[in-house]
Design a protein. Structure first.
Length: 156
């Protein structure tokens, strides 16, 4: 996914607002990652720490609740914190989506009351919920990567 000329120049880390540090990825998370050729067997959850926030050039969260909690704890990070889908869609023609166009029905038929830019956390959900989350993250990262590269390396 990363252009060859920028491989090794971007450090990516993952941390959660309510993560229990040291916990393994769920079986479903490992399975859907393996379907894409990614091995999560060595992955361990990490809680967001102040140093991480301070050192980050860009913070991308999946859900607005996560973003809001992070910003309540670290208000100085507001200019570098986005929802992944929001960040991926900025500057894309026709990126505006009306709330009524968004399907808030999960695979099990329940309704989640989240915003248009949220990627629903599949924790506790079905295998299909994990696949849907993976696919949304993958699609959003493909759209976001050109912007990430452009913004991080604009002075090169």
């Amino acid at each position: 996914m990363m252009p060859d000329e920028h491989k090794g120049r971007i450090e990516v880390s993952s941390a959660g607002i309510s993560a229990i540090s040291g916990r393994e990825a769920t079986v479903y998370a490992q399975l859907v990652a393996r379907e894409e050729g990614v091995d999560l067997s060595g992955h361990r959850a990490t809680s967001v720490l102040r140093d991480m926030v301070d050192q980050a050039d860009l913070i991308l969260s999946m859900e607005s609740t996560h973003k809001n909690v992070l910003l309540s704890l670290h208000p100085g990070a507001s200019k570098k914190t986005y929802l992944l889908k929001e960040y991926a869609s900025r500057g894309v023609k026709d990126s505006a989506v009306r709330e009524e166009e968004v399907d808030h029905t999960t695979l099990d038929g329940s309704v989640w009351g989240r915003g248009v830019w949220d990627i629903r956390d599949p924790y506790g959900g079905t295998l299909q919920d994990y696949r849907q989350c993976r696919d949304e993250i993958k699609d959003s990262l493909k759209k976001a990567l050109p912007r990430i590269v452009e913004e991080l390396f604009k002075n090169d």
